[in-house]
Design a protein around this ligand. Structure first.
Ligand code: BGC
Length: 548
């Protein structure tokens, strides 16, 4: 457990405590339930868990509206339950990443409650106030479906307060030194408990300045560097992950010289994966990765297909957005804000070949993959639920009552179970998939085993090959003498490809999932035929045993 770069080799599983297992029959998952399911997660083969917000909250934004940073929501248990969970996870060599949501608090947080009462409150300057709602007018609105302005009037304070998200989430004022100290104290509280990493929410928006977009400002980077210095000073093996939904050139500064964030999500890559498979053309993927600047050696991209939010389309052009809406939103209910609220399996029309192909990309492109809970089974969504709740329904363990998730009354569950004829828990659940050798769950386990055998996936360089068939996305990954060749067919039809592998002449080609020997690389172009949405993960090894 003591490799400081552990996050480069990690496979992260993202989950919501409330969605995993309910141990006390109140209809809401909790830490005791999650602790009981650590064996499942260990067996799946993931190496780290990322937990969505677990703190006291009025739950108007699923816990991203925090009213106390130093406790556990009573629905989920106690700090003691959390510590037991953390220790049990560590005992299984699983790392734990939690949320640091610092751009804003809930309006129910005692700081805001006090601040609004009087201009002389010691907490008044913890937030951003104004007499007018015209300041910072160059700033975009993020939650376009619900918010008309980034300012809201507070009748008690008799002033407007600034918020980048919902109006019940006032932004903290990072120009105030006490706010920065408070945030660092909160962070240390969780790091002292042994948390291995923190996903820092909404980092581009910490500081506001007139005449700017109020995103990615140098002053924001200064705050983040201060946070990183506190991590390095006391907790050298921990990891900070940036949620910065921005273009690659604007995300790059969050890595700075390896002294700001260790990791950052690659937001623009994600929708382009969905575009490439629809267009049967590799260019959306190769273009965005070519535009992605190199990052310092101690840094890493976080890759994902789906998460707890909408499939955000903020980082695509207007034309690309129209295309993705047209192709993936057959019902207007599937849209929310600037994105699509659906899960992976339903986006892929429940086509196992497509689900595998997208996972093949997720697990072989440069970065650390993040799996969203339930996607290892191919769970579906429920677009009739409000906000982004359709992708946050209970985990489907068995075909029994309440999917084995809870012993509460069915009506008491925090969200209804998926009972769709295709994706419903009666047919689609962990128990059933563990019985079937070729289930998606078993396939996911296999693919994770292979991924973990080769550090090249997490650490290696990337070089695209350019075969004339644009439906084929092929790349070489290299690390410490190992060479991997990944070939993906983005088309719904069988495709031939000729790869120029002359620099590898004489090497053996070994398919990694079946350990099957393919023809050796020779002078002539290397010919492959791929089934619809087929993929190959090859190792290129010199025939006398030494790896290339
Ligand atoms: C989280 C969202 C949340 C927002 C505001 C985000 O970046 O991922 O789920 O609604 O922050 O807190």
């Amino acid at each position: 457990m003591n490799d400081a770069l552990w996050y480069k080799d990690a496979i992260i599983y993202q989950l919501h405590v409330k969605a995993f297992l309910d141990s006390n029959a109140d209809g809401i998952g909790d830490f005791r339930g999650l602790t009981d399911k650590l064996d499942y997660l260990q067996d799946l083969g993931i190496t780290a868990l990322w937990l969505l917000p677990m703190y006291p909250s009025p739950f108007k934004d699923d816990g991203y509206d925090i009213s106390d940073y130093l406790d556990i929501h009573k629905h989920y248990g106690t700090l003691k339950d959390f510590q037991e969970f953390l220790d049990e996870a560590h005992r299984r060599n699983l790392r734990v990443i939690t949320e640091l949501v610092i751009n804003h608090t809930s309006d129910q947080h005692p700081w805001f409650q006090d601040a609004r009462r009087s201009p002389s409150s010691p907490y008044r300057d913890y937030y951003v106030w104004s007499d007018s709602d015209q300041k910072y007018s160059g700033t975009r609105i993020i939650f376009t479906d619900t918010e008309r302005s980034n300012w809201s009037w507070d009748p008690d304070a008799k002033a407007y307060y600034w918020h980048r998200f919902f109006s019940h989430q006032p932004d903290l004022n990072f120009d105030h030194p006490r706010v920065r100290e408070e945030v660092i104290d909160i962070m240390k509280f969780w790091l002292d408990k042994g948390v291995d990493g923190l996903r820092v929410d909404a980092v581009p928006y910490l500081v506001e300045r007139e005449g700017t977009s109020c995103e990615n400002l140098p002053e924001t980077h200064e705050v983040l560097k201060e946070i990183r210095r506190a991590v390095d000073a006391g907790y050298p093996d921990r990891m900070l992950l940036a949620e910065a939904n921005q273009w690659p050139a604007d995300v790059r500064p969050y890595f700075a010289n390896g002294d700001e964030f260790h990791m950052a999500f690659h937001f623009p890559l994600m929708p382009r994966i969905f575009m490439a498979i629809k267009k049967e053309d590799r260019h959306p993927i190769t273009d965005i990765l070519r535009q992605t600047p190199p990052i310092p050696p101690n840094c890493q991209w976080a890759l994902f297909l789906r998460n707890h939010d909408e499939l955000t389309l903020e980082m695509v052009t207007a034309d690309e957005r129209d295309y993705l809406y047209r192709e993936y939103c057959t019902d207007p209910r599937m849209k929310i804000n600037i994105g699509i609220r659906r899960r992976l399996a339903s986006l892929m029309d429940n086509d196992r070949r497509k689900i595998e192909l997208l996972n093949s990309l997720l697990f072989t492109m440069p970065g650390t993959p993040i799996l969203y809970y339930g996607d290892e089974l191919g769970m579906g969504d429920n677009i009739y639920l409000g906000d982004r709740n359709g992708v946050r329904t209970p985990m489907q363990w068995t075909g029994d009552r309440n999917a084995g998730f809870s012993r509460a009354e069915t009506a008491q569950l925090y969200l209804p179970l998926n009972v769709d004829p295709v994706f419903g828990y009666q047919a689609l659940n962990v128990e059933a998939q563990l019985r079937v050798p070729n289930s998606l769950l078993k396939w996911t386990k296999r693919i994770l085993t292979v991924r973990k055998k080769h550090r090249t996936f997490g650490r290696g360089t990337l070089e695209f090959l350019n075969p004339s068939n644009r439906a084929i996305l092929a790349y070489v990954r290299k690390f410490e003498g190992e060479t991997l060749l990944i070939v993906n067919n983005l088309a719904s039809t069988a495709q031939p490809v000729e790869l120029d592998l002359r620099r590898f002449i004489g090497t053996d080609v070994i398919e990694l999932l079946g350990e099957t020997k393919f023809p050796r690389v020779a002078e002539h172009p290397y010919q492959l035929s791929l089934t619809p949405y087929g993929y190959f993960w090859f190792q290129l090894a010199s025939s006398h045993g030494a790896r290339r």
